[in-house]
Ligand binder design. Structure first.
Ligand code: NAI
Length: 322
């Protein structure tokens, strides 16, 4: 498909400001990424503690990026990526860092999103909660604004149906952590327009990402393939095939994955993994997607993984693949 990022038409030249909803591990990373790339950003979280934590961690991360002269932190370079890709010439100068901090505003009120060109939603992986938010956003943002979801698995077409602008709703699925991982998976809903697709693609490219495109079926490309593997790793542990150490070491050393599936689940968040498996199971209607009982039990017990212990994006930079 042809698209141009030079302002040749549609929304393309217009995306200068971004509203991010959800200041958790994904939303903070997306907000930081957009701000260091010169966009005006509003970040909202309904939980004031999460919002102030996001504020603190993004500010200190930008500060340390400036002192190290990098656009992203490189604490661990994924085996599958070209290390040189991360060592960009576009260093974050003191001035650019200060500009990024100035461009990023934190708000407890969605009403501040009235003038943004695009909203990227990164809240809890629940269709019901996301739909309510999309209906609300639809009534707040300007007519031309795009509503994008960072959902891992939920139908974009159904999220779009909660709004009056289904042609302007799209999936923009960043990988974890957004400032480091190179990919954005773009998902067209059944009614997503070509203008919306082109504007979203241009935005992803402006943020330094490569894109892949998926049709709107549960889990899209990445999680359709990744999550059943993680779920199977839980089954292997559950049925006593091997220890967690051997399962992870086997997949790392035997298949060249930078991180074992159980370690990766720990970083993504077991609650997120379970939500995605439920969406795959319900949406694709095959028992092979049923969540492993051990995964369900861990989430029931509140054992959600390392993500709940993360204090800042620096810690997240150890994550290598999602
Ligand atoms: P998280 O649990 O770290 O953060 C979610 C944030 O959303 C929390 O701070 C929460 O207070 C806030 N929130 C919840 N409901 C809200 C509402 N109605 N309005 C405003 N804020 C609200 O979750 P995480 O991991 O950042 O995931 C967010 C989304 O990104 C999910 O849809 C997830 O599937 C997707 N995703 C997650 C990845 C991962 O590795 N964790 C990777 C790619 C996508």
């Amino acid at each position: 498909r042809q698209s141009s990022c030079d302002g040749g038409g549609g929304h393309m030249a217009e995306i200068r400001s971004v509203g991010v909803v959800g200041g958790g591990q994904m939303g903070s990373g997306i907000a930081q990424l957009a701000a260091v790339n010169g966009l005006e950003v509003w970040l909202h979280d309904s939980d004031p503690t999460a919002l102030s934590k996001a504020h603190q961690s993004i500010s200190s991360t930008i500060q340390s990026l400036v002192s190290k002269g990098r656009l992203t932190k490189v604490l661990f370079v994924p085996v599958l990526a070209d290390p040189l890709d991360f060592l960009t010439d576009n260093f974050l100068t003191k001035e650019k860092g200060a500009e990024a901090v100035r461009m990023l505003k934190y708000t407890s009120s969605l009403e501040d999103f009235g003038s943004v060109d695009i909203v990227i939603e990164a809240i809890v992986e629940s269709e019901e909660v996301k739909k309510k938010l999309f209906t609300l956003l639809d009534s707040i943002v300007k007519e031309s604004a795009i509503l994008a979801s960072n959902t891992s698995s939920i139908s974009i077409t159904r999220l779009a149906s909660a709004t009056s602008r289904p042609t302007q709703v799209i999936g923009m699925h960043f990988m974890n952590p957004p400032p480091i991982m190179k990919l954005v998976e773009i998902i067209r809903g059944a009614n997503t327009s070509e203008d919306t697709f082109n504007a979203t693609k241009c935005l992803a490219e402006r943020l330094g990402k490569k894109i892949v495109c998926s049709q709107d079926f549960s889990g899209f490309i990445i999680n359709r393939i990744l999550m059943p593997m993680i779920n199977e790793a839980f089954h292997a542990l559950y049925t006593g095939v091997a220890t967690k150490e051997d399962i992870d070491a086997g997949m790392k050393l035997g298949t060249n994955h930078p991180m074992g599936p159980l370690e990766l689940a720990d970083h993504i968040g077991l609650d997120v993994c379970l939500s995605i498996m439920k969406v795959l199971h319900a949406g694709l209607g095959d028992s092979k997607y049923a969540p492993c009982p051990l995964l369900v039990q861990y989430v029931d017990a509140g054992r959600l993984g390392r993500k709940k212990e993360l204090d800042d994006i620096e810690a997240m930079s150890f994550i290598s693949l999602n």
